[in-house]
Design a protein around this ligand. Structure first.
Ligand code: CMX
Length: 137
């Protein structure tokens, strides 16, 4: 069901500083800052040869990731994102096996413009999992 690792997302308290750390200290290729209203995040992509790291920061106080930063003010790993070919088929199979899908259970459109879903961290060893439907054709 799960295919490639699409990205790992880290929530950071200062996006520009975190982008500078990845660029200047770790020597990574870092994108400009993007803002995504629908997901309520500002983000920077760190491009690695085999995957991406997304540095996330709340776009406003009502962002779904504001709570995370309140609990972990220094930042931390927020989620891992795996690609799936068919998100509705993946969801239905997961639900049958007892996994909980967060939100209303319906996919939303993520920052890459693809359908995404999140799975309850307590069903996956404390790690929030994002599934993203990626068209591999
Ligand atoms: N790591 C571990 N546990 C987490 C967690 C995280 N990052 N985020 C939430 N949880 C826990 C909560 O504490 C809660 O636990 P309990 O059930 O024990 O209380 C549980 O998971 C459910 O969390 P919730 O916030 O109550 O659930 P919601 O349905 O309200 O929210 C969620 C779901 C996690 C998707 C949302 O809070 C969130 O973080 N949204 C941000 C999405 C995001 O990162 N968007 C930007 C990138 C998207 C893209 O790549 O396109």
């Amino acid at each position: 069901m799960i295919e490639k690792l699409n990205h790992i997302a880290l929530v950071v308290p200062d996006l520009c500083q975190a982008a500078a750390t990845y660029s200047n200290i770790l020597g990574a290729k870092v994108s400009p800052v993007h803002h995504n209203e629908e997901q309520g995040v500002s983000l920077v992509y760190v491009e690695l040869s085999n995957t991406k790291i997304e540095l996330l920061h709340p776009l406003s106080e009502t962002s779904p990731i504001s709570k995370f930063l309140e609990k972990s003010p220094a930042g931390g790993m927020h989620h891992v994102c795996y690609e799936v070919a068919d998100i509705l088929a993946a969801r239905d199979k997961l639900v049958v096996s007892g996994a909980r899908v967060l939100g209303d259970g319906e996919p939303t459109i993520g920052v890459h413009g693809n359908p995404i879903l999140f799975l309850h961290p307590k069903d996956f060893y404390g790690t929030l999992i994002e599934l993203e439907q990626v068209d591999s054709s």
